[in-house]
Design a protein around this ligand. Sequence first.
Ligand SMILES: [Fe+2]
Length: 388
Amino acid sequence: MPFYKKLGNIPKKRHTVFKSKGGKLYYEELFGNEGFHGLSSLLYHINRPTRISNIDKTENIKDYFLDIKTLHPRLFDSSKLDSKSDYIKSRRSILSNDDCKISLFSSSQSLEDYFYKNADANEVIFVHKGKGKFRSMMGNLDFKSGDYIFVPKGIIYQVNFSSNENRWFIVESGDKITFPKRYLNESGQLLESAPFCERDLKTPSELETYDKSGTFLIKIKKHNIVHNFIYETHPFDLVGWDGYNFPYIFSIHDFEPITGRIHMPPPIHQTFASKSFVICSFCPRIYDYHPNSIPAPYHHSNIDSDEVIFYVDGDFMSRNKSMIGYISLHPQGIPHGPHPGATENSIGKKQTNELAVMVDTFNPLKISKNVIDLEDKNYYKSWKENLI
Ligand SMILES: [Fe+2]
């Protein structure tokens, strides 16, 4: 995060003696990335965070990606994804490359039997359906439909759902995920011209602090394998922390769309940036207001990027049917654009209620076996003129 936050109690000066009222020393931990150069926070534990009592067998994550190098536009129906009870098994990867992985999640069960830590990747969890509480060692965040939950790599967390149907769209990457540089000034503050500002970001509160001994299972994903670590003290034992590396929530409903007299290109929807992909938010907005504007997007050849769109709500202006819950993949190399008639139908329209999340990756994506059963095999033919 480009700003500083403090929660709980911390010593006046870092790396100095800091004790409880009873005289017990607290243990400091630097929680950061890129060695000692990236964003970091200093955490103050009641107990040493290294007290492993056992390491159980590892578990493989069943990711089978097909090395298909076809150029088919593809469409998947996320609503067909069945619900699982276990948190890790409920996350099914659908598309992946060496830079990022896109997964779907469907479950009615809270994550409370164990703690989870993704040591491979930062996660951007988009909450399509459901609500609950994201509980972490650095504090809690209440989430609801439309929220992006940013989970920094390495944080230990649990999730309590207060709804039965919970569906997420998850992007994870070992690369840094930030806000676009052009939204920030030299000091890292979000500019007046950015479509959101710091006030729109929800940061952790309600620090849970337990001084408990026992058996605490943390499932740690590293090298795409789940490592089962048993610790002898509760992992939520911080009395305080400060720094720049922490989870936060940004609601897609707080993204203020940038509009113009004529069609504005997709980068105006950008929300998150990485060196290998971008995440964009398509939100309800007033259409282009030039008297002869064509609000539907023009055809475009994303010759160097794969484009994934998750249709969240409303009618998407370039499509002829309701796409809610569908995910399209338009691979690099061939042009794509509005469905037959969508361009003509958009002329004169004043506004759109579309809500969608787009991920553009700069390297080709592989398709997971998990989505083969969700695919509409005839999607690529849906631009034929005689389907109007
Ligand atoms: Fe596109």
